[in-house]
Design a protein around this ligand. Structure first.
Ligand code: NAI
Ligand code: MG
Length: 332
């Protein structure tokens, strides 16, 4: 029996969570779900975007499933503070092309490992004598820690190369710490190939030669931007899962936000969440089930019949989720 904390959040967060929970309930594994609040609706109700009770429930669970939230003006970021409260320092964002879905190249399969605790996400901004300053925090400890995650993921996935992405020609102090830490950790993995690119060139190479990447490790903001770019290469945010991992906790969420433009219409693509659930099951050492879910998603996408409007179909969120569950149970 696994204890799963569920944070639906706002907008399509609630809709994709419903699809993910439906899938979990159809598996031959026992889960106990505990709902917790966070985000914009939560702020309107409780005056905070992230109640202490939510952090408590998250910490008492075996894993946390998070939908998406709408940012609340004037309030700290919900997801950022949750990641920090749980010290989930590695954000893993796989980018993969699927048969049946338009992709810039057919054979894309790489993982973005985004540093989750530092960089420009310090939320430390202030004005000093007419200058508006945003602080970018970098420590050797966090850089080495995230580099190690990237090399370990590379080994685990039987991949051969880790690419470090930075801007050390301009941010000479902070990003050379990131780059130097990367090569220091790389020396512990002589069997793994390495390379590094400036972020601007990397953004182009993701378009011109995306099939050459295996694992990309980068700082917080670059990871945020490049991972949305990555999803754009292979069919969009509706197919993009992610996991936030630390020493003690695992927090799993689609890459996308609350998508106010399509919220309430039951047309959000559930694959982002269903693949996120598969990542969560991998983390819980239920890898066999996780693999089966990924294959079921691949098959439904390949058939292309029951897919949501972002992929050119007319299925609703739950219709597509049901098609994936049917596929998982032996095809229809
Ligand atoms: P977004 O990721 O919500 O949406 C961007 C575009 O992708 C929209 O056109 C949306 O319709 C589409 N899209 C996203 N997920 C989809 C899905 N599952 N199926 C089909 N189409 C999908 O980003 P946006 O619009 O910039 O932000 C909306 C709100 O979400 C903002 O308040 C933002 O701050 C917040 N946000 C929250 C995140 C989180 O909770 N982790 C992450 C990113 C944004
Ligand atoms: Mg983002």
């Amino acid at each position: 029996m696994y204890e799963i904390a569920i944070i639906e959040g706002d907008g399509i967060g609630k809709e994709v969570i419903a699809a993910g929970k439906y899938l979990l309930e159809e598996l031959d594994i026992d889960f106990n779900f505990k709902y917790a609040e966070a985000g914009y609706d939560c702020f309107l109700k409780n005056g905070t975007v992230l109640p202490e009770e939510t952090i408590k429930i998250a910490k008492e669970s075996d894993a946390i499933l998070f939908g998406a939230v709408t940012s609340t003006p004037g309030q700290p970021s919900t997801i950022l503070n949750l990641r920090q409260a749980l010290n989930v320092y590695a954000n893993l964002r796989p980018v993969k092309s699927f048969a049946g879905v338009e992709s810039i190249k057919p054979d894309i399969d790489f993982l973005i490992v985004r540093e989750n605790t530092e960089g420009l996400y310090s939320e430390t901004e202030y004005e000093k004598e007419g200058k508006f300053i945003a602080e970018r925090h970098i420590t050797k400890e966090a850089c080495e820690r995230i580099a190690r995650v990237a090399f370990e993921e590379c080994k685990k996935k039987n991949k051969s190369k880790v690419t470090c992405v930075h801007k050390a020609n301009i941010m000479k102090l902070t990003d050379n710490v990131f780059k130097d830490s990367f090569y220091k950790v790389a020396s512990e993995y002589p069997e793994i190939e390495t390379e590094d690119y400036y972020v601007d060139a990397a953004a182009m190479y993701l378009i011109t030669k995306p099939e050459t990447f295996d694992v990309i490790v980068t700082t917080n903001l670059f990871g945020d931007i490049l991972s949305d770019e990555g999803t754009g290469l292979v069919g969009g945010l509706g197919l993009a899962p992610s996991g936030n991992i630390g020493e003690e906790y695992g927090l799993f969420e689609p890459v996308h936000g609350s998508a106010p433009d399509i919220a309430g219409q039951n047309i959000a693509n559930p694959c982002s969440m269903i693949l996120t659930v598969a990542m969560m099951l991998d983390y819980l050492n239920e890898s066999e089930t996780a693999d089966k879910i990924k294959i079921a998603v691949e098959n439904v996408l390949k058939k292309g019949k029951i897919v949501t409007p972002d992929l050119g179909g007319s299925a609703s969120t739950m219709e597509m989720a049901e098609a994936i569950v049917d596929e998982l149970k032996g095809g229809i």
